[in-house]
Design a protein around this ligand. Structure first.
Ligand SMILES: [Fe+2]
Ligand SMILES: [Fe+2]
Length: 286
């Protein structure tokens, strides 16, 4: 990286790139495809639309609430734009839910913690974790032709924006740590590991609640067999890693990118490959 992390030049770079790559579109006028009965049933059977819709609405609200507290005007402009994009994600989902008759409704938003910056940071790391796993899941779903390609093209718009948010957030956190005199690399790594831990605990809690709520049945029986045909956990971890690298390659190499999750995934994939090699009888027939 040619630019000093935490410098003014760094700040200008990550904010201006974020602002410059904003795309204009209206969720209502996206090229939503007509789905046949089978495709509709598949889309309706996905058990997490409620959670995704709520998460996006909550994201927009948290970012919007935090924005006026940001002192630096350029950083504030960028965070304000992220708030606009998160709100548009919620709008995109609202349009999709209405158009295809999906089972999700607007739920009241939780009260935010008093410290809005902590809420923003927790949200940011949560977004990094969700998106990293989402990259792999998206690839699996797309490859299995779970829905028409035109639908995945629409979701791709959303995935690209989430990738922009992550890159912005990782750079923002590094810059913020340096400005506050806590910018040494080991300190920054420790800080992000701690927040990732919190994000992972929240994600596991959510998965457990989801399983308890519908007992895993809806998705397991009607959908998962198709979605997960030939599913391999190692393959999934590798897809997350590769898709992350592919999506990140679109960004300026002078910007920081998330490193912890790709490293964990890479190490896990190596471990899983070794494990599979020692137990060839467990390997699925190709
Ligand atoms: Fe979003
Ligand atoms: Fe986002």
């Amino acid at each position: 990286m040619a630019i000093k992390v935490g410098s003014d030049a760094h700040k200008v770079l990550f904010c201006e790139q974020f602002l410059a790559t904003h795309e204009h579109y209206d969720p209502e006028t996206l090229p939503w495809p007509d789905l046949d009965e089978t495709q509709l049933a598949r889309l309706r059977g996905v058990p997490f639309w409620q959670e995704v819709y709520h998460t996006e609405r909550r994201a927009g609200a948290i970012v919007k609430a935090f924005t006026p507290q940001v002192e630096d005007t350029l950083v504030r402009d960028a965070i304000a734009l992220q708030g606009v994009e998160e709100a548009r994600h919620a709008e995109l989902l609202r349009v999709m839910i209405a158009r295809y008759g999906l089972d999700a409704t607007e739920q009241p938003l939780e009260r935010f913690p008093d410290n809005l910056e902590t809420a923003f940071i927790d949200f940011g790391y949560g977004e990094c974790l969700d998106s990293f796993l989402g990259f792999g899941a998206f690839k699996t779903a797309r490859q299995s032709e779970f829905l028409p390609e035109s639908m995945f093209k629409i979701f791709d718009v959303l995935m690209y924006e989430e990738t922009r948010h992550i890159v912005f957030f990782i750079n923002y956190m590094a810059w913020r740590q340096v400005v506050r005199g806590r910018g040494a690399a080991p300190l920054r790594a420790l800080n992000s590991a701690w927040f990732y831990g919190r994000a992972a605990r929240r994600l596991f809690g959510m998965v457990q609640r989801g399983q308890a709520a519908n007992d895993g049945r809806d998705f397991a029986v009607t959908q998962a067999s198709m979605f997960l045909e030939g599913f391999s956990f190692r393959q999934f971890v590798e897809d997350c890693y590769r898709e992350n690298a592919r999506r990140m390659s679109a960004f300026d190499p002078d910007l920081l990118q998330p490193r912890l999750l790709p490293r964990i995934a890479d190490a896990a994939a190596v471990g899983l490959r070794l494990w599979e090699r020692r137990r060839p009888h467990l390997r699925k027939a190709a």
